[in-house]
Structure formats: C-alpha cells, structure tokens
Ligand binder design. Sequence first.
Ligand code: GDP
Ligand code: MG
Length: 163
Amino acid sequence: PLPIVAIIGRPNVGKSTLFNRLVGKRLALVDDQPGVTRDRREGDANLLGLEFRVMDTAGYEEDEAATLPGRMRAQTEAAVRDADVSLFMIDARAGITPLDAEIARWLRSTDRPVVLMANKCEGKAGEAGIYEAMALGLGDPIPFSAEHGEGVVDLFEALLPHV
Ligand code: GDP
Ligand code: MG
C-alpha cells in the first residue's frame, strides 16, 4: 500500500489547492461517509516521482462558526493519526492566527511526523509569515505556493524520509 500523507490546517490556507495540485486528474473520490471522515478527500499523488496517498481535510470549514473543539478537531486528529506524515499548512500572508497556534500546540503533543508549510509565499508577500511560523515549534517552514507550484522540490525533500 502507498504511504499516507495528510494535509491539515485551518480554513483558507490552501490545503485543497495543494491537494488538487498533487492529485491532478487522478482524483479518486469524494467521501460521503458520516462522522469525522465526512468530506475527507483522498487521492493518489505523484510528486516528482514520489508516490503516496494524500488526504485533504475539510472539517474545520464545516464547523467554523460552531464549536472549535469536538468534531472539527476530531477530523484533523484522525487524519494525523492515520497518516505516515502530515503537512501542516499555514498562510504566510495572513501570519499565524490563534487557531494555527492551537493546532501547532496539539501537534507538538503528539509524536506524529509533521512538515510545516508556509503557503502563499509567491513573490515576497509571505516573508513575515515565514518568520512567525518558526515560532510554532515545528521546525523551519517550507516556503510554498500551492497556486503557483513553488517550493515543490523542498516539499519533496521534506517528505522523502517519511514516505
Ligand atoms: P483550504 O480551505 O485550506 O482548502 O484552502 P483553499 O485551497 O480552498 O484555498 C483558499 C484560498 O486561497 C483560495 O482562494 C485559493 O485560490 C487561495 N490560495 C491557495 N493557494 C494559494 C497560494 O499559493 N497563493 C495565493 N496567493 N493564494 C492561494
Ligand atoms: Mg479545502
């Protein structure tokens, strides 16, 4: 079986954009199961020849206005638990939000492998966010642009030990 990579993070950071880029036309399914797996999308990814199964999480979007703990967190936690490595994405243009910090805190409390990605870094717009992200305690972020496909080689190198 292919190794599993989860994409996690708060809404609007660019998780699904990365998912679509990784999966391309090989998109496999949209999961309609009830409970915490609802809207979890999976597909077979190929990154510069590296093959893995990638999971896009959407739970945070669904409950944004409602309770933050509970179900939204459950979906992310389940994905991280199932994955060989998780890509924790932040929006470098927006900077670190309280929700980013909360997710980071939880991730640090697990012993699951995490790769920190600072998305929306095309141009110079993300520079401040990259420095802020260093304070999350999850290592140096990979400057990335899911929309423009920048940072792909660095992502490849970060994933290599885990997949
Ligand atoms: P998700 O909620 O984390 O799945 O985020 P989406 O993938 O739906 O993206 C949220 C918004 O960010 C959309 O408007 C995207 O077009 C935009 N976005 C995603 N990646 C990038 C990027 O690399 N740079 C910029 N500038 N915008 C991006
Ligand atoms: Mg999404």
